[in-house]
Design a protein around this ligand. Structure first.
Ligand code: SF4
Ligand code: SF4
Ligand code: FES
Length: 339
């Protein structure tokens, strides 16, 4: 008897893909790629049990399955709903989905400040993208917004609770990456907020990763706050020798200065390999790093618009004898200089 598991056929916005049973609609859409992939503000594949909180990934299921073709009456969260064989899903092609996403965006922005011009996340912020795609031009609410003072939670991380959308990614990251989680979501409903336990600072070795998983500017890097707008910096892949993590990171550079260090992320802005605090916060000098080459940021936000990706000669000039030869196979390398 064959051990091969029968795959499920699912059609999303008219495109069909075969996926293993147990795959979520969102992951099936990612296998197709392109415009049919719903946005996700709380789901984060590398974090177990993420998703199901923000509702930005709502989709319409027009046909439940081959066995039961009835449509699902309500829109469903695609990150938490598994595919069935023969299922037909509408994302971009569903007016109901687009309307609902507008409503979700309005709700996420209901207490959100107009901070983009001074927010370090601007240019790589999923909420900003959602706002551009689905936001209203003006607010329909008049009541005072919920406000908090920005807070230093530990030596490296700044919390701007005003910008938090309570996606819980940072809590899951701290739970799953560090030995002792020291922050969480306090209270419930519209009183809920992110806070540390009794003034405990976030100092665990891998806690810096909460900055990378935060989809908005609620958690930012204190070592690079306000140093530069992200679109004035150039991301490059670099490695260092580290005994705590893989040492594979992205350096965001301005000239020869390292403005900030982040983990490498995929096209859905999910971290490929977690990095430790040492690499992220304490290695802001090129002497620690071997530069591999430019990082192509595969997202539709402003940071992917810089076509500067041919640093070969430039990197040879950097005074780092260990720097490796750079492969020029990347088709995105355009020939501009990286400064
Ligand atoms: S978190 Fe995003 S939407 Fe909010 S102020 Fe910062 S850049 Fe703007
Ligand atoms: S601080 Fe950021 S990651 Fe944490 S819950 Fe708020 S928005 Fe999500
Ligand atoms: S991404 Fe699915 S509910 Fe948030």
């Amino acid at each position: 008897m064959s051990d091969e598991v029968k795959k499920f056929k699912v059609t999303i916005d008219g495109q069909t893909v075969e996926v293993a049973p147990g795959t979520s609609i969102l992951e099936a859409a990612r296998q197709i790629g392109g415009q049919c992939v719903p946005p996700a503000m709380c789901y984060y594949k590398p974090l177990e049990s993420s998703g199901g909180r923000c509702r930005t990934c709502l989709v319409e299921v027009a046909k439940g399955s081959e066995a039961d073709p009835r449509p699902m009456p309500k829109l469903v969260a695609s990150c938490r709903t598994n595919v069935m064989d023969g299922m037909e899903v509408k994302n971009l092609t569903s007016e109901r989905t687009q309307e609902a996403r507008k409503g979700v965006t309005e709700l996420l922005l209901i207490n959100h400040p107009l901070d983009c011009p001074i927010c370090d996340q601007a240019g790589e912020c999923h909420l900003q993208d959602l706002g551009y795609e689905h936001g209203l031009e003006s607010t329909r609410t008049e009541f005072p917004r919920r406000t908090f003072e920005p807070e230093d939670i530990g030596p490296y991380i700044k919390l701007n609770m005003n910008r938090c959308i309570l996606c819980a990614r940072c809590v899951l990251a701290a739970n799953q990456l560090t030995e002792e989680r020291e922050h969480g979501i306090l209270f419930r409903g519209d009183h809920a907020e992110i806070s540390t336990y009794l003034n405990k600072a976030l100092e665990n070795d891998f806690i810096g990763n909460v900055i990378d998983v935060c989809p908005v500017g609620a958690l930012t890097d204190r070592t690079s706050r306000f140093a530069s707008r992200v679109w004035f910096t150039k991301p490059v892949n670099a490695t260092c020798s580290c005994d705590k993590c893989s040492g594979k990171a992205v350096l965001w550079m301005k000239g020869e200065e390292i403005i900030r260090v982040t983990a490498r992320k995929n096209q859905y802005d999910e971290v490929e390999e977690w990095i430790c605090n040492d690499c992220r916060f304490h290695k802001k000098d090129l002497k620690y790093w071997n530069i591999e080459g430019p990082r192509h940021i595969d997202r539709h936000s402003v940071i992917s618009l810089n076509h500067y990706e041919k640093p070969k000669d430039y990197f040879r000039e950097i005074d780092n004898p260990d720097a490796k030869e750079i492969s020029s196979s990347d088709e995105n390398q355009k020939g501009d200089k990286i400064i």
